[in-house]
Design a protein around this ligand. Structure first.
Ligand code: FES
Ligand code: MG
Length: 573
């Protein structure tokens, strides 16, 4: 262990006491109430290992969490700790209106405050679905008590007429075929029943899988565990081992701030790029790093992207699924193949460095899934940041899931002013749109709409029916990590706060150059100034409660969409 010996040692269930001048009385009361829960003296003498759970009837991805939590509890007890599970809110991606993104920061605050307030000597964070892992790590980083991340793990694949299916890249592919009239209603219904056939997170390299890999790359999960399928026995063994590890961490008090450094963040970015990971991860990793006073610039991201090949051949950038990635060697195989590009001296929560991890791991890997550097999926990384007069604070393109023939393009803007406008007009037979136009969606950013995954603008029906599969689409929204297409996202600042995206008009020319990392609105500065003077911010509703807190304090995408008041007061670079 690299940490400092805790001066006080674990406090157990009677630690973290509030008292008003009489600590003896407070301890006596606490003991009395813990006894009401049936704990004996031996249990009370043990370190308390909190287990932050996030199961919910509204979270399909966490359906088997009780079994996983039981394995974590077993691991804690075998190592001599007292496991105490407690709930936090859960964020089930398909069930949250208007978007799960609105609640990531709420969950982060819940986790942070409960881990701080309750008498836990260390904590196991159990999450899985897209926003839950970043929320848990943001909270844990701010409270900085010893912590281990455990993920629920991905689903297994299903099949339809002999074709393998996994949520949710295939969901989109089949829906696109249905919209284009290539498959029938009974067929799409049959597909619907076979896309998500087990518990667990989405089966491809979507946001949940990407965040699991990032948690592991940062050193916050046990190495080799990110890709283990939800229903695999290894998942339970990983839970048991993580419980034991958390008990160990409570004794030596290694804190997240001692594990996660700038070098770890760079490792996480390399892994994000090499796995062809989700664009959402750029926002989440930014927010997580900033909680520790760390960060990275768009230039750093682009520099890493140009020198990191995509090695992992998974949908949506490639062919395979998470269960294949697990069998192929998982995140350690990516570290090994990237070799010198990685900072192998970075620590892991297991008390080892990544160099130790690789020395102890079977070097075999399935090269069809984790490709050698010499024959990568792509010689450059999956994600790049673009900027220009249309995106002064930057924008993100997942080039590994985009059509290369559109990388250098210029087209007419077809503007949708809001989510409602998009819904009303995208399939209109009267929409004036051509395949070489640029579809623009605005007022869908963090302040306007809590940044939903609306950036995957559908191909207008008139074009889909002509067989158009992809076109340049730009917005201040996000898109699902399982989606693909030539889609520029996260434009900052967003239109609703007066970003230049607000000034685009139908028929303006927009130029995107991936080579030059640029996104330009070909309209003169004078004309833009004139339009800016006329611009009115969109009306916002009569809000109260969390919606008001969110709107008043959420930061832009390039700052991780965290709340301004959650940032630390000092940064480390
Ligand atoms: Fe939870 Fe996809 S719906 S990971
Ligand atoms: Mg998702």
């Amino acid at each position: 262990m690299t940490g400092t010996e805790s001066t006080d040692g674990p406090q157990g269930l009677t630690g973290n006491l509030t008292h008003y001048g009489d600590p003896g009385f407070a301890a006596y009361l606490r003991r009395s109430f813990t006894k009401s829960m049936g704990y004996g003296e031996d249990a009370l003498s043990r370190p308390t290992i909190g287990i932050a759970t996030s199961e919910s009837g509204f979270n399909n991805c966490h359906r088997q969490m009780p079994e996983l939590v039981a394995a974590i509890e077993r691991g804690v007890m075998l190592a001599g700790g007292l496991p105490v599970a407690f709930p936090t809110i859960s964020l089930g991606e398909p069930f949250l209106h208007p978007t799960s993104m609105k609640f990531r920061n709420l969950m982060a605050m819940d986790v942070e405050e409960m881990v701080r307030a309750q008498p836990v000597d260390s904590v196991v964070l159990v999450g899985g679905c897209d926003k839950t892992v970043p929320a848990q790590l943001m909270g844990a980083f701010s409270v900085d008590k010893p912590a281990v991340q455990v993920v629920t793990g991905p689903m297994m694949t299903g099949s339809y007429h002999g074709e393998r299916l996994g949520a949710c890249t295939d969901c989109r592919r089949f829906w696109g075929r249905y919209r284009a009239g290539e498959i029938t209603e009974p067929q799409i219904t049959a597909v619907e029943g076979n896309l998500a056939t087990t518990s667990g997170t989405c089966a491809v390299m979507g946001t949940a899988s990407t965040m699991a890999c990032i948690a592991e790359a940062l050193g916050m999960s046990l190495p080799g565990t990110a890709a283990i399928p939800n229903v695999h026995a290894d998942r339970l063994r990983a839970g048991e081992a993580s419980g034991a590890l958390a008990t160990q961490l409570a004794r030596v008090a290694v804190r997240p701030s001692e594990i996660v450094t700038k070098d770890s963040v760079v490792n996480a970015l390399r892994v994000l790029l090499a796995i062809g990971g989700s664009t959402n991860a750029v926002i989440h990793l930014t927010a997580m790093a900033r909680r520790l006073g760390l960060g990275f610039t768009a230039e750093e991201l682009n520099g890493l992207s140009d020198t990191t090949p995509v090695l992992v051949d998974l949908k949506p950038s490639g062919e395979h699924y998470m269960e294949d990635f697990h069998r192929a060697g998982g995140v350690p195989a990516v570290f090994r193949e990237l070799g010198d590009l990685m900072n192998l001296d970075c620590a892991t929560v297991a008390g080892t460095t990544w160099r130790d991890v690789l020395a102890d791991t079977d070097p075999w890997r399935d090269e069809r899934v984790v490709r050698p550097v010499a024959t990568p999926v792509s010689v450059v990384g999956g994600i790049v940041s673009l900027s220009g007069n249309l995106a002064p604070g930057g924008a993100i393109l997942k080039r590994s899931a985009a059509d290369e023939s559109l990388f250098e393009s210029e087209g007419r803007a077809v503007v949708f002013d809001s989510l409602q406008d998009l819904a009303d007009r995208i399939d209109s037979p009267d929409l004036d749109v051509r395949a070489d136009d640029v579809l623009v969606l605005r007022n869908a950013g963090p302040v306007a709409e809590a940044m939903p995954e609306a950036g995957y603008i559908p191909i207008p029906k008139v074009l889909a029916e002509q067989g158009v599969k992809d076109m340049v689409r730009i917005s201040d929204a996000r898109m699902s990590g399982t989606a693909y297409g030539t889609i520029v996202l996260h434009i900052a600042p967003e239109a609703a706060v007066g970003g230049p995206l607000a000034l685009v008009r139908d028929g303006d020319r927009i130029r995107m150059s991936v080579r030059q990392r640029s996104l330009e609105l070909l309209v003169s500065d004078e004309e833009l100034d004139r339009r800016r003077e006329e611009w009115q911010p969109p009306a916002c509703g009569d809000e109260r409660g969390y919606s008001r807190l969110y709107r008043d304090h959420v930061l832009q995408a390039d700052e991780g969409c965290d709340f301004d008041f959650c940032l630390p007061t000092t940064t480390k670079g």
